[in-house]
Design a binder for this molecule. Structure first.
Ligand SMILES: *Cc1c(COP(=O)(O)O)cnc(C)c1O
Length: 373
């Protein structure tokens, strides 16, 4: 046996090379670190719904809590039935995930071998890089255009050994949006052996004029997987539930490698309730629209460059040097405002701010003004 502290190395190089995901700081942690009262802290760091979870879901969770001695339904029959009715696809076109993060990783694990390639865009969601590294795949990161995906360049970047392309629409952390026409043109030219994961975590926030029917594309393309989540507009981030829509051949592969009970029973019950709660979704979208306008107005008044966002967050440039993001972030934390520095995304001059309640946005703006003085 090797003694403790020896130079034994475990696991493959590609696992040791991973830098773990950095999440938004929890309120309790900031309160401890900065000696602040939790009640006064504003968290606009993780793109959560500022309304919290819908009342309908809260009631469903309370009812489902009575049965927690039992395993969840491994096949998520009722939630799939509800999604199936909503989207007009059979249940065997649906995969449930422990958050849509689970779906993204299932796709990488099911479809890509070590050494094969995965294509994604610069400044796109951090989990694409992580999922790529986890499976020992080769990342092909394609230069962004105006902070968003350059789909022509992404199509051109596909190699013979590319197995997967990740597209976020809208994208996180930049908030950029790809109109339907661009995606349709991209799908038409992607080789049929390459799977496209279209990550629509913020789909429910799209303006009516932006909305498009990605499920129709799933009917048309056997190599397309659309992923969505209950974490953002539906307000269930803590419960961890997302889903994928894809034709049965692709769905079957994901199903083979997922954990049998990857979505817990409280999450399934809450998701069914939230899916049926059109009023909550409408209220969330309206609040988000007003909040984005409030933040944008303040950024313009303060002379701060920002990227117009189609999500529930805004990327804003807070300085001209590569320390600016961390510096302003620290000044905000000291005032009890938690946002997300994005240096890890190679955007060290920027912060990503989640749209909150009007008073939370106002507190964030006031703290930002102080921080920039
Ligand atoms: C938040 C987010 C997700 C995943 O969230 P889950 O809570 O795991 O469903 C996926 N993609 C993008 C682009 C996101 O911003």
């Amino acid at each position: 046996m090797a003694e403790q502290g020896g130079n034994v190395r475990f696991g493959p190089d590609y696992v040791r090379a991973i830098s773990p995901y950095v999440a938004g700081k929890p309120i309790a942690e900031v309160a401890r670190e900065f000696g602040l009262d939790e009640a006064g802290i504003v968290k606009l760091a993780s793109n959560e719904n500022p309304l919290g979870m819908p009342e309908s879901a809260r009631r469903a969770v309370a009812a489902a809590a009575a049965d927690l001695g039992r395993y969840p339904d491994a096949n998520g029959f009722e939630l799939k039935a509800a999604l199936s009715a909503r989207f007009g696809v059979p249940a065997d076109w649906l995969t449930l995930g422990n958050g849509s993060n689970d779906i993204l990783e299932l796709a990488a694990h099911a479809l890509v071998q070590p050494g094969e390639a995965i294509v994604y865009a610069e400044y796109s969601f951090a989990v694409y890089a992580l999922a790529t590294q986890e499976v020992g795949a080769r990342a092909i990161e394609v230069r962004a255009r105006d902070y968003g995906h350059d789909l022509d360049a992404m199509a051109a970047a596909i190699t013979a050994d590319t197995r997967l392309v990740f597209i976020a629409n809208p994208n996180n952390p930049t908030g950029t949006f790809l109109p339907a026409g661009q995606i349709a043109a991209f799908l038409a030219k992607v080789p049929s052996h390459v799977v496209v994961v279209l990550d629509e975590a913020y789909n429910e926030y799209l303006e009516p004029a932006q909305q498009y029917d990605s499920i129709e594309w799933v009917r048309r393309y056997p190599n397309l997987l659309v992923s969505r989540t209950f974490s953002k507009a539906y307000g269930l981030a803590g419960l961890r539930v997302g889903y994928a829509v894809a034709q049965p051949a692709l769905t079957d592969l994901l199903n083979r490698i997922r954990q049998p009970f990857n979505v817990n029973s409280l999450a399934q019950a809450a998701a069914i309730a939230a899916l049926g709660d059109a009023a909550f979704l409408r209220e969330s979208a309206e609040l988000n629209r007003a909040g984005k306008a409030q933040l944008a107005g303040a950024f313009e008044r303060l002379g701060l460059e920002y990227v117009p966002s189609s999500g529930n967050f805004v990327l804003v440039r807070v300085g001209d040097d590569d320390e600016a993001g961390n510096r302003v972030n620290l000044a905000l934390l000291k005032q009890g405002v938690i946002v997300r520095p994005v240096g890890g995304y190679k955007l060290p001059r920027w912060l990503r701010i989640t749209v909150g309640l009007p008073e939370e946005n106002a507190a964030c703006i006031a703290a930002l003004e102080t921080a920039l003085k």
